[in-house]
Ligand binder design. Sequence first.
Ligand code: NAD
Length: 476
Amino acid sequence: MRHIDKIYINGEFVTPRGTERQELVNPSTREVFATLALGNEEDAKLAIAAAKAAFPAFSRTTVQERADMLQRLNDAILARTDELAEANILEYGAPRMLSVPRVQLAAMNLMISKEALEEFEFVHYIGKAKVVSEPVGVMGIITPWNASYSQITAKLGAAIAAGCTVVIKPSEMSGLQTQLLTECFDAAGIPAGIINVVNGLGATVGAELTRNKDVAMVNFTGSTRVGKEIRRATVDSMKRVTLELGGKSPYIVFDDADFSKAIPAAVKSCFSNNGQACVAGTRLLVPEHRLEEVKQLARAMVESMKVGLPTEADTNLGPIVSEKQYNQVQHYINVGLQEGAELVVGGAGHPAGLEQGNFVKPTVFANVREDMTIGKEEIFGPVLSILTFKTEEEAIEMANNTDYGLGAYINSSNLEKANELATRIQAGSVLINGAGFEMKAPFGGYKHSGIGREYGVHGLKDCLETKTITGYDLPM
Ligand code: NAD
C-alpha cells in the first residue's frame, strides 16, 4: 500500500496540517491501492501566502524566462511519460492505448502556452494611450478527476505565460497522478512559490481558494453545480473566474451526410474517455426517416468496441472512475428505461466477466424525447441518446434546446450549409464532419457550460489585467 502524505508548498514537499486521509481506489478492481493525505484550509492559506510572496518577482520576469520555464515543465513531464501513463491507467481506468497520448497532451499544453506567450504583445498603443497587459495575480486552479494531467497543465501553462503564481487544488480522486505530476513540476526547477499544489476536498481547500482575498482569479473545471457555487463564493472578493463546466452536446447528422462514417464517429465521440468527457456528443440528432439505419450502425459500432481491463492493449472502454459515478450511470440507464426510451444496445449492470470493477455496458437509447431525463442531463458515462428531427430547422432548435453550450457536431455533405448552421448553434466549439479540436484555439462554453476561454492566446488573455497609461510620452 502506498501512502501519499505530502503536499507541495513554496518549492518543498511538506506534511499537510490537515489530518484527514482519503483512500485511492482502483476502478478496475475496487481495491484500495493508496491513501492520500488531505490538506485543509490552513494548508491552503500557507500555499496562497507562498504564491503571494513569489508573485512580485515572477510577475516581472521576461518573456524568455517564462518561455524557458514552460519548456522545462514540458520536458520534465515527457521524461516520465511511462510512469504518468501507468498511474492514469491504475487510478483512472484509462485504456492503455489512450494513456500515453494523454500525457503527451498534458505536455503539449505547455508548449501551446509557450507559443502564445512568444507571440503575444504585452504592450500596444491606442490613440494617445499605451495599453499594458499585466498578470492578474495569484491564481487558484481547481480541477476535476476526468483528465487530471491536461486540465492542470492547460491552466498552469496559461498562468505561467501570463506571470501569475498558482495554487493548484486537483481532484481528491487523482492523488497518485497529482503526486507524479508535482514531482515533474519540482524537477523543472521553477523558483519556489510559483507553483503550489494542495490536495484536499472542495469544501475545505477549494472553498479557501474561492474566498481568500489574496487570490485574484479562480480557474475552475468541473461540474456546473460546483461552478455556480464557486462563482457565488468569489463575489465578495471580486475575483475573476474562468469556469469550464458540463455539457450535453448535440451530434447532428443531416440527411445528406455519409451515415456509414458519421454514426460510428458519433458513438466514438460519446464514449470517449470511457464516456466521461465534458464535450462528448451525447445527444445524437438524426432525421426521423433514417432512424432504423442509425440504430443498426450504432449497434454495430458499439459491438465492435472492447470493454475491458484498461491494462490490455486493445481495450477501447475501461471502467468508470468510481463506484459513486458507476451508480450514477446505472441510475440514468434505469431512468431511461422507466421513461420509455428504446434500448438499442447495452443496458443496466456489468458486462459479463467484468463484475469486479466499475465497468458499465456501453449503452445506446433510441426514441429519446427532449423532455426525458437522459435527453437533458449530463450522465458522464458511455450512454448515447438518439433523438430524431423532421427538418433542419427543428434540428437546430433541438441542438440549442439545452442549458448547456459546450460543444456541437455537424455532419453534412453540404459544407456551405454546415458552416451556415454552425453560426446558429449556441456552443463554444462546433466540429464539422468529424474534424478534431484545434488545441491552440479557444475552448469554453456558452450558457451553463461556462465563462471564459482556455488554451492558446485566449487562455493567456484570461489571466491578464489591462492597464491604460496616458502621458507616457509627455515630458513634464
Ligand atoms: P466536480 O465539480 O464535482 O469537482 C471538480 C473540482 O471541484 C474537484 O477538485 C472538487 O474537489 C472541487 N470542488 C468541489 N466542491 C467545491 C467547492 N464548493 N469549492 C471549490 N471547489 C470545489 O466535478 P468532477 O466530478 O470532478 O468532474 C466532472 C465534471 O467536470 C463534469 O460535469 C464535466 O462535464 C466537467 N468537466 C468540464 C470540462 C470542461 O472543459 N468544460 C472538462 C472536464 C470536466
